[in-house]
Design a protein around this ligand. Structure first.
Ligand code: ADP
Length: 453
C-alpha cells in the first residue's frame, strides 16, 4: 500500500497559501511595474499638454514675427518652453544645455531624448492660431529633465511595492484564521472519537455549532453512526442475556431431571416419565436454538433465498389444517382467499405464516375465530391474519417485533418471543413488510405485504 505523508489542515492550507502568495507577489510586482510606468507616462503627458496649451496662448503674431506677451513662461518649475518653426529653428524660448536641435521633428507624443545633462522628456503642440496668422507651421515645445520629474512619481511606485507585503501578511493571517476554524472542530471531533475508542463510551457525541456546512454534516453523520452502533451494541447485549436466560430454564430442568432419574428412578414407569420430561425440554430447547439460528441467518445479510412460484392460499390452508387437527373444535378459520401467488422462499414463508396463525390462535380465548384474507392490492400480495383475542396494548406495539419481547400477560403461554422477529425479518428479506394493528381486548390484525407475481 502507498504510504501517504499526512499533514495538519493548518499546514496544508498554509503551504498552499504560501505558494499562491509567491505567485501573486510576482504577478503584483509585474503588474505594479507595468501599470505604474503606464500611469506615470500618461500623467506626465497630460500635465505637460495642459501647461503647453496655457503657454500657447501667451504668444502672438505681429509684423511678420512671433512675439511673447508678459505671461509667456520661458522656464517654469524646471520645464523649458519654446516656440519653433516647422524645420525646428528656435523662434522663442530657452533650451536646457545640450538639447538644442536634439529633436527637430515635430511630435505630439511624449518622448525622451538624450542630452549632456541626462535624459529629457520632450513634447510638442501645434500652435494653430499663430500657424494660421503666419501662414507657416509654428509649434510650441516643452522640455523637462526626466530624472527630476520621475523622482516625483517614484513615490507612487514604491508605495505600491510596499503595499504588497502588507497585503500578503493580511492574506496569510486570513488563511491562518480560516484553517483554525476548520482544524479546531476537526481536532475536537477526533478527540471525541479517540476517547470513545479508548473508554468505549458509546453515549458520547460529537459537537459542532459553527457555520461550516460540511463540518456540521460530518458531526451529524458521525453522531447518527454512533447512535446506531450504541443501539446495536445494546441490542446485542440484551440479546445475549435473553438467549442465556431462555436457555437456562430448560437446561436446568434437564439437569434436575437427569439427576433425579439417576438417583431415584427404579421402575419402568418412573423412567418413562423422566424421559418424557427430558424429551419435552430438549424439544423446547431445540425450538429456541432453531429459531435463533434462523434469526441469525436472516440478520446476517448472507442469506440466499430459494425463490419459487408459491401458491400462498395453498400454504395457508395447510397451516390451518394442521392447527385444526390439533385444536379440534377450539378454532374456526374463516378463509377469504383469492388465489394469490408470489415468488417466495416457501420454507421461510411457511415459518412466517405458522407464527402469525399460531399466535392468532394462541392469543385468543377458545372457541377462537381466526379470519385470513388474501388479495392483490396495488400490484402487491396482501395476507391479513385477524383474530378477536386479547389484542396488544399500544405501548407494547412498537416492541413486539424485537427478539425475546413478550407482553407481560403472555409470559404464561408457550413461546420465547422470537416468532414475530423471525416473521418480520422473513418479510423484509422478501422485500416486503409486516404491519400490525391491534386494539387491547378486541383483537389484532397482522398484515403481510409482499411483491406479487
Ligand atoms: P411468542 O413466542 O411470545 O408468541 P412472538 O414473537 O410470536 O412470541 O410474539 C411476541 C409477543 O407479541 C407475544 O408474546 C405476544 O405478547 C404478542 N403477540 C403476538 N401475536 C399476538 C396476537 N395475535 N395477539 C396478541 N398478542 C400477540
Amino acid at each position: 500500500m502507498r504510504r501517504i505523508k499526512r499533514v495538519s489542515v493548518t499546514r496544508y492550507i498554509i503551504s498552499y497559501l504560501i505558494g499562491l502568495i509567491l505567485a501573486l507577489s510576482l504577478l503584483m510586482v509585474l503588474f505594479v511595474n507595468v501599470l505604474a510606468d503606464r500611469v506615470i507616462y500618461y500623467d506626465i503627458q497630460s500635465t505637460l499638454i495642459r501647461e503647453l496649451i496655457k503657454n500657447n496662448r501667451s504668444v502672438y503674431y505681429e509684423d511678420g514675427m512671433v512675439k511673447p506677451d508678459e505671461d509667456f513662461r520661458y522656464i517654469d518649475d524646471g520645464v523649458y518652453y519654446q516656440v519653433l518653426a516647422e524645420d525646428g529653428s528656435l523662434m522663442l524660448g530657452e533650451s536646457p544645455k545640450g538639447t538644442e536641435f536634439a529633436e527637430a521633428k515635430v511630435s505630439q507624443r511624449l518622448r525622451t531624448i538624450e542630452a549632456d545633462e541626462g535624459e529629457y522628456y520632450i513634447l510638442d503642440r501645434l500652435n494653430k492660431s499663430i500657424t494660421k496668422a503666419a501662414g507657416y507651421i509654428v509649434y510650441n515645445r516643452c522640455i523637462v529633465n526626466k530624472q527630476d520629474i520621475d523622482s516625483k512619481y517614484q513615490f507612487i511606485k514604491y508605495t505600491s511595492y510596499a503595499s504588497i507585503p502588507v497585503f500578503l501578511v493580511l492574506v496569510l493571517m486570513a488563511g491562518l484564521m480560516m484553517s483554525r476554524k476548520i482544524s479546531e472542530p476537526l481536532k475536537q471531533m477526533s478527540k471525541t472519537a479517540e476517547s470513545i475508542g479508548k473508554d468505549g463510551e458509546l453515549s458520547k457525541r460529537m459537537e459542532y455549532d459553527g457555520r461550516i456546512t460540511e463540518l456540521g454534516v460530518l458531526a451529524m453523520t458521525n453522531n447518527r453512526m454512533l447512535e446506531r452502533v450504541e443501539n446495536m451494541f445494546e441490542t446485542q447485549k440484551r440479546f445475549s442475556s435473553d438467549v442465556a436466560h431462555e436457555l437456562r430454564t430448560p437446561i436446568s430442568v434437564l439437569l434436575a431431571q437427569c439427576e433425579y432419574a439417576k438417583e431415584y428412578v427404579n421402575t419402568k414407569e418412573e423412567f418413562d416419565d423422566a424421559i418424557d420430561v427430558i424429551y419435552r425440554q430438549t424439544k423446547k430447547t431445540n425450538v429456541v436454538i432453531t429459531q435463533l439460528l434462523n434469526l441469525n441467518r436472516l440478520e446476517s445479510d448472507r442469506i440466499v433465498l430459494d425463490l419459487e412460484d408459491a401458491d400462498l392460499d395453498e400454504m395457508i390452508r395447510s397451516v390451518c389444517d394442521e392447527i385444526e387437527f390439533k385444536e379440534k373444535d377450539n378454532v374456526r378459520f374463516e378463509l377469504l382467499l383469492s388465489g394469490v401467488k408470489a415468488n417466495l422462499d416457501i420454507g421461510l414463508i411457511l415459518i412466517l405464516l405458522q407464527n402469525l396463525i399460531q399466535n392468532a390462535v394462541k392469543y385468543s380465548s377458545f372457541p377462537a375465530t381466526v379470519r385470513i384474507v388474501t388479495e392483490y392490492r396495488e400490484g402487491c400480495v396482501v395476507v391479513e391474519v385477524q383474530d378477536f383475542g386479547c389484542g396488544i396494548k399500544e405501548e407494547d406495539l412498537p416492541h413486539i417485533f424485537d427478539p425475546f419481547y413478550r407482553v407481560e400477560k403472555s409470559r404464561n403461554s408457550e413461546g420465547f418471543g422470537l416468532g414475530l422477529s423471525l416473521a418480520d425479518r422473513i418479510a423484509k428479506v422478501h422485500g416486503g413488510e409486516l404491519k400490525v394493528s391491534s386494539v387491547w381486548g378486541e383483537g389484532s390484525i397482522f398484515t403481510l405485504v409482499i411483491a406479487g407475481k
